[in-house]
Design a protein around this ligand. Structure first.
Ligand SMILES: [Zn+2]
Ligand SMILES: [Zn+2]
Length: 470
């Protein structure tokens, strides 16, 4: 009897392999010792390897609409119906059995069902090298998610609008950042000049574009190298020294889109002097950390103003830094850098799986737990390996086989790194950075069961903004 793959996260169809509901029907000639007018009993036989019910509320468990019940006569025929509703969890197996009521020893076994989830994806590439890399890693990408009962169905592979060596994948333009806008404008994917994609974010029609089956459809952009830029702002409203500096572990950048200037804004003012553009008084000193310096001693009037004890001036400025990235994800969009210095195809695979992992919200901090009766317990199950960007990177990550080491560039002053004392095991593909000891493209044993349990249905994917792009 072949196992039927049931795609429990897809929109429910009336019956069939899409959706969490199956209509079941048996006739008297199929069930031993049953005649029209008898009652037929129904039950579920779960596989011993199925996920624990402790992760499923009563209404999330695989269940039949009813147990023993009489059938119905229609015309010359007679049949017994039931409705089977599946859990959202992937990789569970169930066989449904039916017998004459009270005679379970003689039963009819229906097909064996296995729960799967399906997601769609479309790939855009920039240049032949990225296409080649993608073609070489795609089977392993799809294979890793299949290992966790998520079937990835590719819809298209398309060239990007431009072929570039290095892609600026700013999620906010500098002017939006300067305006403190809470919205992202994604200038590289608005279809305009220099754009790599046209997913029509913020365009017309809103939410238009090319992706079908949203919110179950992920868009990938593959570029050779990628980076983004950001403004770092400072304000010293009562400065009393014409000379000073700030530090950053980011790469201060002379931005071609800003006339090769690393300063975006800089203004000085005091009661006798209106706001003056002082960008030309700034320099930066590369190092670890980098230092952004100002020296306003030659700014007309300032030195004389500060000569009076108690006098201060107002100094505000913002400068540009750039950050190279292996990839990132937001909603139903991921970007992956493919050929950066020293990057192997397996490392690119690691990023591909990593960003998709973020995209499905796989790295969970905690999960609800339920009593045998399906009632939510007060305490959720914490993921012992979860951490977020105070230890490096951005977004939630997994620290399997990693330990904390000092790192002044992170918010916490520490960073997770491979830790041989924890054993010979490798880092998870959801570790926050590329690493020679990362098991690229493979989720660790802590993450693996959580992938099977994570919800991938339409409301869950909408909550992850998988309806945002395209
Ligand atoms: Zn990440
Ligand atoms: Zn992990």
């Amino acid at each position: 009897m072949p196992t039927i793959k049931q795609y429990v996260n897809l929109p429910a169809a009336a019956t069939g392999v899409n959706g969490p509901v199956r209509q079941l029907r048996v006739t008297p000639n199929q069930v031993p010792n049953v005649a029209p007018g008898d009652r037929v009993d129904w039950w579920i036989e779960p596989d011993p390897g199925n996920e624990s019910l402790a992760f499923q509320s009563l209404t999330e468990r695989t269940r039949l609409a009813h147990g023993a019940a009489p059938g119905v006569t229609v015309g010359l025929g007679h049949h017994f119906d039931n409705t089977l509703t599946f859990t959202h969890i992937g990789g569970d197996k169930y066989t449904i059995k039916a017998s004459r009521d009270g005679q379970r020893a003689q039963f009819l076994a229906t097909d064996e069902f296995q729960t799967w989830r399906k997601l769609y994806y479309t790939v855009w590439y920039s240049g032949a090298q990225t296409l080649s890399t993608y073609n070489n890693i795609d089977p392993r990408f799809v294979g890793e998610f299949a290992r966790h009962f998520i079937e990835l169905e590719r819809r298209a592979v398309l060239p990007a609008l431009a072929t570039v060596d290095s892609a600026r994948v700013d999620f906010q333009s500098l002017s939006q950042q300067a305006a403190s806008s809470p919205t992202f404008d994604w200038p590289f994917m608005n279809g305009g000049p220099n754009a790599l994609l046209n997913l029509r974010v913020g365009g017309a029609p809103p939410g238009g574009g090319t992706l079908t089956d949203k919110p179950l459809h992920m868009a990938f952009l593959l570029v050779p190298n990628c980076y983004y830029t950001q403004l770092q702002r400072h304000a010293f409203p009562t400065a009393n020294n014409a000379v000073g500096s700030v530090t950053t572990f980011r790469t201060v950048w002379r931005d071609p889109m800003n006339g090769n200037n690393f300063m975006w804004t800089a203004q000085a003012s005091w009661p006798a002097a209106g706001a003056t553009d002082v960008r030309a008084y700034f320099t930066f000193t590369p190092g670890s950390p980098n230092r952004v310096n100002w020296n306003l001693t030659t700014l007309p009037g300032l030195t004389a103003h500060l000569a009076t004890p108690g006098n201060t001036y107002n100094l505000t400025f913002s400068f540009i830094w750039k950050s190279s990235i292996n990839g990132y994800s937001w909603g139903n969009f991921c970007v992956v850098g493919c050929t950066g210095p020293g990057r192997s195809e397996t490392a690119v695979l690691g990023t591909f799986v990593h960003e998709m992992g973020h995209g499905i919200g796989q790295t969970v901090r905690q999960e609800p737990q339920y009593s045998a009766a399906g009632v939510a317990l007060a305490t959720q199950l914490a993921n012992p390996r979860w951490y977020t960007d105070q230890f490096g990177g951005q977004g939630p990550h997994c620290n399997t086989n990693a330990g904390l080491t000092p790192d002044p560039s992170t918010t916490s002053g520490q960073r997770y790194d491979w830790w041989p004392a924890l054993g010979a095991g490798r880092l998870c593909t959801i570790y926050h950075a590329g690493h020679s000891n990362r098991d690229d493209g493979v989720f660790c044993p802590v993450c693996a069961p959580r992938i099977r349990r994570v919800r991938l249905d339409t409301p869950a994917q909408t909550s992850r903004s998988w309806n945002h792009f395209g």
